[in-house]
Design a protein around this ligand. Structure first.
Ligand code: MRU
Length: 390
């Protein structure tokens, strides 16, 4: 799939696409650990390869990992000749096992479990004697998971941009300053993006002044990936360190914070990249709208509050080491930024806390945007009726 450029611009280069599929059906991902310095495509043919790529964050972003998991299953089903000798029950059990396995690669982003549930639900509803070709049906579900992302992102982009402009735009203020966290663009999705989709739509409407984006330590999704997307799209943008958000709100007239999500639960509480919660606290302090933009597949109505969300802890090396371009050798290298042993030793002074996500309570969120609409938090209320936009 070609990454979506703002209307009127030419298609974007390959490094702006998280997943591509060639004419023979071979799935490849761009290794996001190497971006923005080097573009390397990795073939993914099996659920095992997809599991590894997702767990090691060669691909990341809630919708993109769901797409890759589904496509890896499709790819393996297309190649498995052994199925002809298996009973339908054996095939069903085999696929269900692969779904459970893929789902365990990263726990917080619900899009992955939602995609695997779609397959499992179909398999569970299948009744012996039905004509369905199970393998073909599952392959179709996998393809749908991948393809439906782009269109819904464009819808959310428009809905979110219109909502924010209605709040903040006026006769004197024709272009807005917004802030985002993490990476939510074409690299995190199948194209156009969620929060970045709203920023792109504002830009296309000529309603964007500047998109400020946080570096997003420790994995640097902002400085490595969002910066690549915004510079490629030529969207006016300014990087800030995560610690500068308060200062930015004090010194610039910011109109909105726009973030994506990994899981939005029934009351509107939202898990997203670590650093999102502090942005929401600061936004409330400065009376700035805080928007969550995510597809319906990110909404998890089975959990009542954010306290029920399983937050993934990442390995400490992702916080103690930094990957980048060595300006002396011109090569990519990894450097340790802590004293030796921090994060690895077992001494009480060598600990590292490295949760991948935090939970922003709904009472700090102004609205949640899905492809179905915008759910606003009503004045004085502590929750958001996200079921109304599912
Ligand atoms: O750990 P990551 O990089 O997978 O986390 C990604 C995020 O938190 C994104 O904001 C979220 O998945 C939404 S992406 C459209």
């Amino acid at each position: 799939m070609v990454a979506q450029a703002p209307s009127g611009k030419k298609p974007l280069p390959d490094m702006m696409t998280s997943i591509r599929i060639d004419k023979s059906g071979q799935v490849e991902i761009v290794d996001q650990l190497l971006l923005p310095h080097s573009v390397k495509w990795i073939p993914i043919s099996t659920p095992e390869e997809a599991f590894d790529a997702i767990k090691t964050m060669k691909i990341r972003g809630a919708p993109a990992i769901a797409s890759l998991a589904a496509l890896s299953l499709k790819s393996t089903l297309s190649k498995c000749e052994t199925f002809s000798s298996k009973s339908k029950e054996e095939i069903i059990n085999w696929i269900k096992e692969k779904c459970d396995y893929l789902q365990s690669s990263r726990p917080t982003a619900v899009n992955l479990s939602e995609a695997m549930n779609r397959i499992r639900n179909y398999l569970s509803s299948y009744k012996e004697g039905e004509e369905d070709d199970i393998v073909e049906k599952v392959k179709q579900i996998c393809q749908d998971v991948h393809e439906e992302d782009l269109e819904r992102n464009m819808k959310m982009g428009k809905l979110g941009a219109d909502w924010l402009f209605e709040q903040r735009g006026n006769e004197n203020k024709k272009s807005l300053k917004v802030v985002t966290v993490c990476n939510t663009g074409s690299l995190a999705t199948s194209g156009y993006g969620t929060a970045i989709g709203v920023i792109t739509a504002l830009f296309e409407n000529e309603q964007l002044d500047t998109a400020y984006y946080a570096q997003t330590t420790p994995y640097h999704q902002g400085s490595r990936l969002t910066s690549l997307e915004l510079t490629t799209l030529e969207i006016p943008a300014c990087m800030i360190c995560d610690t500068m958000l308060g200062s930015l709100f004090q010194h610039e007239d910011i109109d909105g914070v726009i973030v994506g999500a990994d899981r939005v639960v029934k009351n509107g509480d939202t898990a997203n990249k670590i650093g999102t919660y502090q942005a929401a606290v600061l936004a409330q302090r400065h009376n700035i709208p805080f928007m969550v933009v995510a597809p319906v597949t990110t909404i998890d109505l089975s959990l009542s509050t954010g306290a029920d969300i399983h937050i993934e802890q990442r390995p400490s090396v992702e916080a103690t080491q930094v990957r980048g371009l060595n300006l002396e050798t011109g090569k990519l290298s990894v450097v340790r930024i802590t004293p030796e042993g921090v994060g690895e030793g077992d001494k009480p002074w060598q600990k590292v806390y490295n949760p991948s996500f935090d939970v922003t309570p709904a009472e700090l969120i102004s609205c949640v945007v899905t492809e179905k609409g915008v759910a606003e938090r009503k004045q004085g209320e502590k929750s958001i009726d996200v079921a109304s936009i599912c």
